[in-house]
Write a protein that binds this ligand. Structure first.
Ligand code: RFL
Length: 404
């Protein structure tokens, strides 16, 4: 059994296979230090924590993760909080940086005797229709090689070899560019509020998400095509202050910006997630925009479904689980996509008016694209107003926000 990629999907799956006594090797393009320091997700849903606990993979996050159950919305006029731990299903998140989860999963896999090859890049998966699919790779020294197994799990992310190797016409691709871009930032600064902060502002979205006691993730909606290094640290903090309403609601604790990257929000789902003996999990098969923090959670869920299905196929000789795998995953994926899109529409200024000073919105010329932008802005503010007061809306939100 060959697993491509040592992200959350690949490492959860590899651990589950090993636990069942299934021989597997993980092929990872990057080196160990890289995957153990790659900061991405942080919010793990209750269902994800339960999966990890079920398989003895949650010791680290139970020790160092922080339970989190509140988010705060801010506009130019007001702010309100939702304590989602008391709404909907009453579930919470555990905040645990993705790189720490990856470190835990890797350590557990290696200490149980798992095999992983770092610096090995899969270039193509061949013969997925046959009994022995083959993975062609480039070794760290540049030489090419071939690995064969009974199944290949493509957990190598959206730019990986698994997705590229699907024969043309074998899957429907549903893709959307949400036409919103974020400047994603990691600041060496303690969180400034004890909640996830979402600022819905005329100049664009700003977000605040705790990571650890000393590191905070911030997001700023920026115009498409903005180079990541075009904003100075000072301009970033000034803009965050403005959009988050620091003057009215309290200052943000500033610190060095240690990482910055522009993310164009996109979603990209393949259907089905299986082609013969090649199975896709995580971002490789279903990319979701980070607007609702679902990607790593879906990756873990899919890995569990796949681990179980592969166990049935390899140990008990039944492919029923593998046959149902794609449809089962996609049901979860589309629920998450729907909510993530809802969040995008709630949080962001329409893309074509981003950056316009609020004062240039002239009520005498609300026609064409400008009129549409004003209309969409009014809709999202109305949506936010309902969320602020309607208990039913809040229950619905909480269930979707923390659920899978
Ligand atoms: P990963 O984590 O991308 O891992 C794929 C692994 O495959 C390797 N690889 C290859 N190996 C061999 N051969 C090849 N040809 C290969 N090509 C790639 C890569 O080196 C890598 O190690 O995919 P996986 O496992 O599917 O996990 C998905 C998650 O990483 C992703 O969905 C989340 O990070 C998304 N996400 C968030 N998700 C959440 O659930 N909660 C969050 O709070 C959250 N915040 C975020 C996020 C994603 C972000 N970015 C990247 C846009 C915040 C950000 C900024």
């Amino acid at each position: 059994m060959i697993v491509l990629g040592a992200g959350p999907a690949g490492l959860v799956l590899a651990n589950l296979l090993l636990d069942q006594g299934i021989d597997c090797v993980v092929l990872e393009r990057a080196d160990r230090a890289h995957i153990e320091s790659r900061a991405r997700a942080g919010f793990l849903a209750a269902a994800t924590v339960r999966i990890l606990e079920r398989h003895g993979l949650a010791a680290g996050l139970r020790l160092r993760g922080k339970v989190h159950g509140t988010c705060e919305f801010r506009t130019e006029e007001a702010r309100f909080r939702l304590d989602y731990s008391t709404l909907g299903s009453g579930d919470t998140h555990v905040v645990y940086p993705q790189q720490e989860l990856v470190r835990d999963l890797l350590e557990r896999f290696l200490s149980a005797g798992g095999q992983i090859r770092f610096g090995v890049e899969a270039t193509e998966v061949r013969d997925a229709d046959g009994d022995r699919p083959a993975v062609h790779v480039r070794e760290p020294d540049g030489r090419t090689a071939r690995w064969q197994g009974r199944y290949v799990a493509g957990c190598d992310g959206r730019h990986g070899a698994a997705r590229r190797s699907l024969p043309s016409g074998s899957a429907v691709r549903r893709h959307i560019d949400h036409r919103v871009s974020w400047l994603g930032l990691l600041a060496e600064a303690p969180p400034s509020l004890d909640a996830v902060g979402y600022a819905v502002h005329g100049r664009g979205f700003a977000g605040h998400m705790a990571r650890t006691d000393t590191v905070t993730r911030y997001y700023l909606q920026v115009a498409r095509g903005t180079p990541a290094d075009s904003w100075s640290d000072e301009r970033i903090w000034d803009e965050l202050d403005l959009r988050m309403g620091a003057k009215e609601h309290g200052p943000l604790t500033r610190g060095r910006i240690v990482e910055r990257a522009v993310v164009d929000l996109e979603s990209d789902v393949l259907d089905p997630l299986r082609h013969g003996r090649l199975l896709l999990a995580g971002d490789a098969g279903a990319l979701i925009s980070p607007s609702a923090a679902k990607g790593a959670n879906l990756a873990v869920l899919e890995a569990e479904l796949l681990g179980r299905a592969l166990g049935d196929a390899l140990l008990r000789g039944t492919e029923e689980g593998l046959d149902a795998y794609s449809a089962r995953c996609l049901a979860h994926v589309w629920r998450a996509q729907e909510f993530s899109r809802w969040m995008i529409e709630l949080l962001h200024a329409p893309s074509d008016w981003h950056g316009l000073p609020v004062g240039t919105r002239d009520p005498d010329t609300p026609c064409g694209a400008a009129g549409e932008s004003l209309f969409l802005d009014a809709l999202r503010r109305s949506r936010l107003a309902s969320l602020a007061v309607s208990r039913r809306q809040q229950d619905w939100f909480a269930e979707r926000y923390v659920g899978l």
